[in-house]
Design a protein around this ligand. Sequence first.
Ligand SMILES: NC(=O)c1ccc[n+]([C@@H]2O[C@H](COP(=O)([O-])OP(=O)(O)OC[C@H]3O[C@@H](n4cnc5c(N)ncnc54)[C@H](O)[C@@H]3O)[C@@H](O)[C@H]2O)c1
Length: 429
Amino acid sequence: MKILIIGTGYVGLVTGVCLADKGHKVTCVDIDERKIKKLKQGISPIHEPGLPELLEKNIGAKKISFETNISPAIKEAEVIFIAVGTPAKENGEADLSYVEQALADIGRNLDHYAVIVNKSTVPVGTAKRAKEIIKKYYGGEFNFVSNPEFLRQGSAVRDFLFPDRLVIGADSEKAQKIMAELYQNFSCPKVFTNLESAEMIKYASNAFLATKISFINEIAGVCEKVGADVKEVAHGMGLDPRIGNKFLEAGLGYGGSCFPKDTRALYQMAGVNGYDFRILKAVIEVNNYQRKSLIEKIEIALGEVKDKTIGIWGLAFKPNTDDIRESAAIEVIQHLIGKGANIKVHDPVAMERAREILDGDIAYHDDPYEVAREAHAVVIITNWQHFKEIDKEKLKILMAEANIIDGRNIYEVEEMKRLGFNYWSIGRT
Ligand SMILES: NC(=O)c1ccc[n+]([C@@H]2O[C@H](COP(=O)([O-])OP(=O)(O)OC[C@H]3O[C@@H](n4cnc5c(N)ncnc54)[C@H](O)[C@@H]3O)[C@@H](O)[C@H]2O)c1
């Protein structure tokens, strides 16, 4: 099929490249000229395992191309995906301005029947509004589909190619049939539903996962008070298949471009519709508290942070991505700089992005040991694999004071004690 994708970020680019790899002919458009320039040269603007290889292969096979202008590409498109950002407004509400812009662009340029598929995460009711926006500009026949995306950054290509399920919300049989054909090579369960339920499935899924994370973080808080070990507790809980072992890692809480904004947007959406979503409010509060609690631990461990050297391991909101949106690292670093600490940081892929948004005198290092050298504390923000494999004896020798504040529980308490570290973690005494 001939496919047009609007928005070439984590979702749009991965969708485009993977659908091209499945045999479709794909054009991706983006308003960001720098991104498109890079993509035309075969360079991925984001870090995602497996993406550069698939990109190169499908550009070479002429299955995918990149443009800034929608109008030539839309002429042939049978299916048009919208995959633009839906960031949070100040009040938590989803900002739909990019989606609305994309819809207006489609309406102005469309001249034939097409299925318009929304992949962006949007409040329930957006599909209805979207159809009205298109109709303002285009009087011909089209169908609208809600097809929320569930890929995870860091494993986006694999998640897209081998999803757990596909959710397809539609209000026409014709569009449903086209979507079934588009996804015919995907063997996962396919949930065909209406537009509103599809939109809700995405928010409900993210809110549920966020709830699991905040729940185990609350258990961790109690564990610290009563002398239990949250890792052992999570292991014991997770063996119950009704609970499952995923998303039961106590730590700094969730970050990134999805969970924080989606939980707030769902809470806000419930509120304006007259429903007080009490659990979700608590989930958000707990997540904010986790960062404050880590900062408190740093301050207790060091006494005074002013003029102390603090090494930060990890800037990305989770491993295997360069995305630092809503990463705990930002809040922690900004707080410590404000208190007069000297900050050294290391992340294997996210330092370039961090440089763009972090102010202040920060030393960036490619080597985690350099960050630890002469440091009064090392704070672990992201659970990158190489932090788990660090030579702890060497680490201790390099540090000015052996304070490790571990926001991801990557080391064993007993071992750290035996090696003489002053080790702080989450939910373990
Ligand atoms: N990142 C994820 O892991 C993930 C997973 C599932 C769903 N989602 C949802 O998918 C949507 C996109 O997320 P993302 O992380 O890919 O965002 P992103 O910020 O990485 O990419 C969005 C892209 O859209 C482009 N854009 C904005 N307006 C445009 C327009 N009018 N025309 C063309 N391009 C335009 C931007 O320049 C940008 O490149 C969001 O709603 C998000 O919540 C994201």
